[in-house]
Write a protein that binds this ligand. Structure first.
Ligand code: PLP
Length: 458
C-alpha cells in the first residue's frame, strides 16, 4: 500500500515548514526536487536510491525522456475528453496492448486512475455479472488476512488489516477472510507442496462455512505485496485454488496492482504459475508514476451479460484519460525497449542472492523471499523459532530510518495477521537497475543492518 515513509530522519527544519497539506501522519519529509533513473534528490541536493520504486510504482525508473516526450505530444493535442462524449486513441490503443498481455480470454479492459479503483471495479463487475446472470444470492468476496487491496469502501472490505479497517467497519462490509499461504513459517512435517494444498483448501472450508450460494468471488495477490512482504505461494496453491473456484462457480480475481507490469520478472505475477483468473486489477507500474493510471481486465464472458443488461453501473470521471493512457502506452514501449522484464528477473536473482548472503551475516533476518524485483524478508528475534521482535523496538521503522539516513528508501512494515506477527522489509527498485546499482543498494543495506544490530542489540 502507499503508506508514506514513517521517517523522522531528515525532518530537522522540515517539520516547522508551514503547510496546508496533510497525509497519513504528522511526520514530514523533505521536499523532492528531481528524479532520474533509480535516484531521487531532495531540495538540499541529497541523493536517495529509490529502493522501493516509491510504493512499487516506478517500474521503468524516473525521468524517462521518451515517456515525457510522448506525454508532451499528447498534451499538445488533448488532455481530457469525457468518455460519454468521445473515445480517444491512446485509451483504445492501450486497451489493445494490455489485452494482448492478459491470460485466457481477459480481453476487455476498463480504465481507472489507481489500484483501489481497479479493485473496486473488479468487485462491482463481479457483482453485476452475478445479478445479470440470475445469481443474485452471490455477493461475498472472500479475501485473505493479512492483505492490502486499497482504501475505498469496497476495496477496504476485502483488505485484511485491522489497523486500517476497524474504524470503518460500521460503514463498510467486512468480507470473509482466510490466511495467505505463509507455508514458509510452518513447523510441521509436510512438504511445501502439501502445505500449499492445505492453505488452498482453507478457501473451500470458508466457502462451505459461508454457504456456497452466497459467495461471489475470491480476491488475492498472486505474490503477496505490502501486507505479506513478497510472499510466494507453493506451486501447488494456484491449481487447487482455481479448481475450488470452478467447483463452486466462484470468480477468481487477481490483484496485480503491485505484482503486475513486470515487477516479478513476468508481465503478470500470475504468469509464474500460468494462472487463469476471471478478472485482473492493475495499476502502479502500468503508469509507472508518470500519470495516475489503473485498469481492470475481465473476461468477455463476464462483461457481455453486464453490458447486455443495461450497462456497467460504475465509472470514474478520469477513466481512460488520454494523457494517462498516452503515458501508459509510452511506458509499455519503454518496458519493451529497455528489456525491463528480463532485467527484473536477472537483477532480482542477483539482489535475492545478496540478501540471502546478508541473512547469513545478520541472524535477525529470516525468510528471504520474492520473485524478480519484489523481494522481502522478516526481521526476527530468533531465526530458529521465528519469534518476532517486540513491537516496542520498532525494528521495521528503525530500519527504514537508518537506510533513509544513508541515502536509500526501503519499504518496511510490521504485519499482524492470524497468528502471524512479524517485522519485515521489502526491496523493489525500478526494473532498470544495473548490477552495479544492486551492489550500491546492498552496501547501504549492509550499513543500515549493522547500525540496526548495534542500536537494538540484535
Ligand atoms: N492493491 C494492492 C495489491 C496494492 O498494493 C495497493 C496499493 O498499495 C492497492 C491495491 C491500492 O492502490 P492505490 O493506492 O493506487 O489505490
Amino acid at each position: 500500500m502507499s503508506k508514506p515513509l514513517m521517517t523522522q530522519v531528515s525532518d530537522a527544519g522540515e517539520s516547522r515548514r508551514p503547510s496546508n497539506l496533510f497525509y497519513m501522519t504528522r511526520l514530514r519529509r523533505p521536499l523532492v526536487d528531481r528524479a532520474e533513473g533509480i535516484y531521487l534528490w531532495d531540495q538540499n541536493g541529497k541523493r536517495m536510491i529509490d529502493g522501493s520504486s516509491g510504493a512499487m510504482v516506478v517500474n521503468i525508473g524516473h525521468g524517462n525522456r521518451n515517456v515525457l516526450d510522448a506525454m508532451k505530444r499528447q498534451m499538445d493535442r488533448v488532455t481530457f475528453a469525457y468518455r460519454l462524449h468521445f473515445e480517444n486513441e491512446p485509451a483504445e490503443e492501450l486497451a489493445r496492448r494490455l489485452a494482448a498481455k492478459m491470460p485466457g480470454d481477459l480481453d476487455r479492459i476498463f480504465f481507472v486512475s489507481g489500484g483501489s479503483e481497479a479493485v473496486e471495479s473488479a468487485i462491482k463487475l463481479a457483482r453485476q455479472w452475478a445479478v445479470a446472470t440470475g445469481q443474485e444470492s452471490r455477493w461475498k468476496v472472500i479475501s485473505r488476512f493479512p492483505s492490502y487491496h486499497g482504501g475505498t469502501a469496497g476495496s477496504l472490505a476485502v483488505t485484511g488489516d485491522l489497523a486500517l479497517t476497524e474504524t470503518f467497519a460500521p460503514q463498510t462490509r467486512t468480507m470473509p477472510k482466510i490466511p495467505p499461504p505463509t507455508a514458509y513459517r510452518d513447523r510441521d512435517n509436510l512438504s511445501m507442496e502439501q502445505r500449499g494444498l492445505r492453505y488452498a483448501d482453507m478457501l473451500e472450508e470458508k466457502i462451505l462455512a459461508e454457504g456456497p450460494e452466497s459467495v461471489l468471488a475470491f480476491i488475492m495477490e498472486p505474490i503477496g505485496g505490502a501486507a505479506t512482504a513478497a510472499l510466494v505461494p507453493p506451486d501447488s496453491y494456484f491449481p487447487r485454488i482455481r479448481k475450488i473456484c470452478d467447483k463452486y462457480c466462484i470468480l477468481l480475481i487477481h490483484d496485480e496492482v503491485m505484482t503486475g507490469a513486470g515487477r516479478t520478472g513476468k508481465y503478470l505475477g500470475g504468469e509464474h504459475w500460468n494462472c487463469r483468473p476471471d478478472i485482473i486489477a492493475m495499476s502502479k507500474g502500468i503508469g509507472s508514476g508518470y500519470a495516475p493510471l489503473g485498469a481492470m481486465a475481465a473476461s468477455r464472458r463476464l462483461v457481455g451479460p453486464v453490458l447486455d443488461s443495461g450497462g456497467f453501473q460504475h465509472g470514474y470521471t478520469y477513466a481512460g484519460n488520454p494523457l494517462s493512457c498516452a503515458a501508459g502506452l509510452a511506458v509499455l514501449d519503454e518496458m519493451e525497449r529497455l528489456g525491463c522484464i528480463a532485467n527484473a528477473a536477472a537483477m532480482g536473482d542477483l539482489l535475492k542472492h545478496e540478501l540471502e548472503a546478508l541473512a547469513e551475516r545478520y541472524p535477525f533476518i529470516a525468510n528471504v523471499r520474492g520473485k524478480g524485483l519484489l523481494l522481502g524478508a522478516d526481521l526476527v528475534a530468533n531465526p530458529e523459532t521465528l519469534a518476532p521482535l517486540p513491537p516496542a523496538r520498532k525494528a521495521n521503522q528503525r530500519l527504514v530510518d537508518l537506510a533513509y539516513e544513508r541515502g536509500m528508501i526501503i519499504y518496511s512494515r510490521r504485519i499482524r495477521g492470524d497468528g502471524v506477527e512479524a517485522d519485515n522489509f521489502m526491496l523493489a527498485p525500478p526494473l532498470i537497475i544495473t548490477a552495479e546499482q544492486v551492489g550500491e543498494m546492498v552496501g547501504v543495506l549492509d550499513d543500515s543492518l549493522a547500525a540496526l544490530a548495534t542500536e537494538l542489540d540484535l
